[in-house]
Design a protein around this ligand. Structure first.
Ligand code: 3HC
Length: 283
């Protein structure tokens, strides 16, 4: 299969908008789908804002910025993915909505199209099983914030064929990421390590009676982390982290995977981190 000419991104929340930003910056025509036109516009504004910051900092020409934003077409219709060689899904992190979406994409997209999920902790194989082309389904797992974090995990599901797998890998490189290849196991590579590690960090808050500020100072200055664990969970979203922990715990039954009660209570109280204005810190 030749180079991808047009890419689709389903769901333009923080991750989807970040992925769409990478695609348009790399010169790829991109169709972004949100459920309402207003949400689509919000995502385009977010992308425009971050690209404007690059112009202001001398990292991008104004004309290149405008061309990049111009490469993004917004839609609310999945039918508009018909001409895409690759579609990357970044919708709500729940299995059934993802399976329903992939069944729809399978119906709409050409037989050569590669369909990718950005799931962080669900099974790519189970998502692929909702389609008639499981050999063309892969995981492309980006890290938050997608435009800044270099890694993308290219995940091979049980029936993924070599060619679509390598197409996804090459596309990851083309948009400036550092891809790694792995198999479809709970949490893949990084979350398999990072989620229990962050859970341990949160448990230490109570065990060592350390404040979130001091814990973050500890890991930044004692372990070289770019940001502390409490700030990181706030960035990822406490609801997203709890959900990923629950999914990993369900699959592995390892106690360290289970979300600490303190995080569950925060999630239940609506303290979701940066996106809600309050988590361990106020924003
Ligand atoms: N999208 C696009 N651009 C963004 C952005 C975003 N979300 N956030 C920031 N930027 C741009 C801004 O324009 C900013 O410049 P400005 O402040 O002058 O406007 C520019 O990037 C640089 O931002 P920062 O000054 O905040 O960059 P830092 O050098 O401080 O680095 C960081 C920020 C890259 C987030 C760094 O702190 C880091 O590496 N943190 C760790 C993050 C991490 O571990 N992420 C993984 C989470 S786990 C995950 O995602 C898995 C999932 O499955 C849950």
């Amino acid at each position: 299969m030749g180079e991808i000419q047009k890419v689709g991104v389903v769901g333009l929340g923080a991750m989807g908008a970040g992925i769409a930003q990478l695609c348009v910056e790399a010169g790829v025509d991109t169709v972004g789908r949100e459920v309402t036109a207003e949400l689509g516009e919000k995502a385009r504004d977010r992308i425009g804002h971050f690209l404007t910051r690059k112009v202001e900092k001398g990292q991008l020409d104004q004309s290149a910025r405008d061309e990049a934003v111009g490469r993004l077409t917004l839609t609310t219709e999945l039918e508009d993915f018909a001409g895409c060689g690759l579609v990357i899904e970044a919708i709500v992190e729940e299995l059934e909505p993802k399976r329903e979406l992939f069944a729809e994409l399978d119906r709409i997209c050409g037989p050569e199209a590669v369909l990718a999920t950005n799931t962080s902790a669900l099974s790519v194989t189970e998502i692929a099983a909702a389609t008639t082309r499981p050999e063309r389904i892969v995981g492309m797992h980006f890290f938050n914030p997608a435009p800044l974090m270099p890694l993308v995990e290219i995940v091979r599901a049980e029936l993924t064929a070599d060619e679509p797998f390598e197409t996804a890998y090459a596309f990851g490189e083309r948009i400036g990421k550092t891809p790694i290849r792995c198999h479809d196991t709970p949490g893949f590579v990084v979350n398999r390590v990072l989620i229990p590690l962050l859970n341990d960090c949160i448990r230490v808050l109570d065990e060592a009676r350390v404040t979130p500020e001091d814990l973050d100072t500890g890991l930044k200055n004692g372990a070289g982390w770019p940001m502390g664990p409490c700030a990181l969970v706030d960035l990822v979203g406490i609801d997203v982290h709890v959900h990923a922990s629950e999914a990993l715990y369900e699959k592995t039954r390892e106690p360290r995977m289970a979300p600490p009660p303190r995080l569950v209570a925060m999630r239940n109280a609506g303290l979701l981190g940066r996106k809600s204005g309050r988590g361990f810190y106020s924003y």
